[in-house]
Design a protein around this ligand. Structure first.
Ligand code: PRX
Length: 647
């Protein structure tokens, strides 16, 4: 009754090449099966093995305590410091290796070795202490993608302050809400940062956001944009002054395994943003473990994750995971297409990027911009590609495989969430034969399943709700200041299982196909359809770059499908195209999924991390005023244009 019907058919399979598999950490299906079984049947032994690879100040005495579910405790009694796991542990073996290779939007480059990063973070940490920041204090970080952002995060971790990074593109209002909710007492920002050839005045936004909030006693300002700033001499301090006389040695604070490491806000579809709380040991062990197996990093890799540190992807896969693994991480300040459409590929060529991790929304943009921007650059060093953030439609996957990966790089389509802390469902690049559009199988330690509304596991190829049945180390420990909402949002539905909010199916090979958020499912004449599958069918049409579908009320069918479509520039937008697209969907997946209405648009409303905001499109489709949280929308004018175009 409540099943989500699956209509997508995809038979292509891409096993890793023999060369790739030969050099990979895991290359044997039987070995994956063995590790996976152990991780589920004997998690204590499995996670003890992983955690034992890392340097503890004091060992843990118990691996997991789940008696106070849904709040897990991992590695009980252990003491550690996250910044020491990322920095100190590498000094002897790879002190001179580049930790952060950075390029600014204007093209300036910095290379920072592990030894230098250790010194910079220590000075920063000492500077924060000198300003009275201490263990347990909340520090808001609002910065562009410059090395000092990673340093700020690690400096907080070093002294046990809880960081709350807010993406530098958010408005003062959104920032203020997060500062207040977190009870932050210090802020770290920049005068300004580069974005699309302009300076974003970040310090000014911070000033506005904390007006009247007396609890914020310190604002550290890194000089980057050299733009004018207002100055409050009692509160504000330049970063270069803060660290000038500080020693390059700061003993890392011994943190209890379950001491909070950070808060990161994620927007719900309604209500105020949720402050996802992650603690120290479990999060770090998870980030270390997933990075090691999913990106299969080797000593000579140049690894680039294009996310912003303002998102969980940046926390786990720019800062904590790769640095804990001793990797060289490329960090880029600016926009993907500034000053030209091939900037990302130019960066890959220039810095010899070998592992590249980005979002489907970026991939779809590049498809639209044309292959020539990619082909101009030598991408022969790339050996592994990844995606995260949304379901990737098979056509975009194939393009990524062909044009960027030269048909030789495995693609890891990684499913996870801010709440899960790290990657949960993913190919293992040396083992898994991938299928375009599928995140494939659970990583070790992840007991994922597809269930119906009553929590019964569904047979293969039946769409249902994605749940995780056992606790895992990097899971969230709650919502900052609102544990009732934590229980309600993730646990009320099934009690024992974590409910991710996503619909998915598992195929006959045990591969997971994420179908999108359950809140977005469309019900046509009693058939529940996944947005992802209808969108995929639309995008497989030669003239469609991007599509979003939503349900709008319909007297006959309950809901009818309304599609918002971005066509490519070459095609004439008219009723002929509209009819052709409707027919195309009917042919691809059946008449049932044929959109009742198609609206053409140059842009879709997205969050600042690139996710399509279908809830706003539902309002447009039904001609309603928009309510709910709007602070995360990237470009408000997109919404206004969509409303103007109403027929
Ligand atoms: O709906 C899923 C989608 O993004 C949600 C999590 O978003 P967020 O907390 O912002 O974290 C994004 C980075 C981890 C999920 O509930 N999602 C994420 N990755 C995928 C995905 N959907 C399909 N396939 C993915 N690989």
């Amino acid at each position: 009754m409540n099943e989500i019907e699956s209509v997508l058919h995809e038979d292509r399979r891409f096993p890793p090449s023999a060369d790739f598999a030969a050099a990979a950490r895991l290359s044997d299906e039987a070995e994956y099966q063995r590790l996976y079984r152990q991780s589920i049947d004997d998690p204590d032994a499995y996670w003890s093995g992983v955690a034992g690879e890392l340097p503890w100040m004091e060992p843990w005495t118990q691996v997991l305590d789940w008696s106070e579910k849904p709040v897990a405790k991992w590695f009980i009694g252990g003491k550690l410091n996250a910044s020491a796991w990322c920095l100190d542990r590498h000094l002897a073996e790879r002190g001179d290796k580049t930790a952060i290779l950075w390029e600014g939007e204007p093209g300036d480059v910095r290379e920072i070795s592990y030894r230098e990063l250790h010194a910079d973070v220590s000075r920063f940490a000492n500077g924060l202490k000198a300003r009275g920041v201490k263990k347990g204090d909340r520090v808001v970080i609002y910065m562009p993608m410059i090395p000092e952002l990673a340093m700020a995060v690690l400096a907080c971790a070093r002294i046990g302050a809880i960081h709350s990074v807010v993406f530098g593109g958010f408005s003062a209002r959104a920032l203020r809400e997060r500062i207040e909710d977190g009870g932050c007492t210090a802020a770290i920002t920049c005068d300004g940062g580069w974005r699309r050839g302009k300076i974003l005045p970040l310090k000014q936004e911070v000033d506005e956001s904390i007006e009247g909030i007396d609890s914020v006693h310190t604002v550290v300002v890194v000089k980057r944009g050299a733009n004018d700033v207002e100055w409050d001499g009692r509160r504000d301090v330049w970063y270069h002054d803060l660290v000038a006389d500080q020693p390059a040695d700061c003993p890392p604070e011994p943190m209890d395994s379950e001491d909070p490491l950070f808060i990161l806000y994620t927007s719900g579809s309604t209500g105020k943003p949720k402050g996802i709380l992650h603690t120290t040991a479990g999060y770090m062990v998870g980030a270390y473990h997933s990075t090691k197996y999913v990106f299969d990093l080797r000593e000579d890799d140049v690894y680039w994750c294009t996310a912003d540190v303002g998102w969980i992807t940046g926390h786990s896969y720019i800062v904590y995971g790769p640095l804990a693994n001793g990797a060289t991480v490329l960090m880029y300040e600016g926009a993907p297409t500034t000053p030209h459409a091939g900037r990302f590929w130019e960066l890959c060529e220039k810095h010899g990027v070998t592992v590249f991790y980005t979002a489907p929304t970026a991939i779809r943009t590049f498809v639209r911009l044309g292959d020539e921007h990619v082909k101009k650059h030598d991408l022969s060093k790339l050996r592994l590609l990844g995606t995260v953030g949304e379901p990737i439609n098979p056509e975009a996957w194939m393009w990524y495989h062909r044009v960027v990966g030269g048909e030789r790089c495995p693609i890891v389509d990684t499913w996870w969430q801010t709440e899960t802390g790290g990657i949960m469902i993913t190919p293992l690049p040396g083992v898994t034969a991938t299928k375009p559009g599928s995140a494939t199988r659970p990583l070790m330690g992840v007991d994922a399943a597809i269930v119906d509304e009553d929590g019964n596991e569904l047979p293969p190829n039946h769409g249902g709700l994605l749940v995780i049945r056992k606790p895992w180390p990097s899971m969230l420990r709650g919502l900052w200041g609102d544990m009732d909402r934590y229980r309600e949002t993730y646990w009320a539905k099934f009690g024992d299982y974590y409910f991710a909010g996503d619909g998915a199916r598992r195929d006959e090979d045990g591969y997971f196909w994420i179908m999108g958020r359950v809140d977005d499912v469309i019900n046509v004449s009693g058939h529940r359809l996944s947005t992802m599958e209808v969108e995929s069918a639309l995008v497989s049409h030669e003239h469609v770059c991007e599509a979003a579908v939503v349900g709008r009320a319909d007297e006959v069918t309950g809901q009818a499908i309304c599609a918002f479509v971005t066509p490519d520039a070459s095609v004439t937008v008219d009723d002929g195209l509209r009819a052709a697209l409707m027919e195309h969907v009917a042919e691809e997946i059946g008449k049932l999924a044929r959109p009742a209405e198609i609206r053409f648009t140059n842009a879709l409303p997205k969050t600042r991390s690139g996710k399509i905001m279908r809830r706003l499109l539902r309002d447009v489709a039904e001609g309603r005023e928009t309510t709910g949280d709007m602070s995360t929308i990237e470009d408000l004018s997109v919404l206004a244009k969509l409303r103007e175009n109403q027929e």
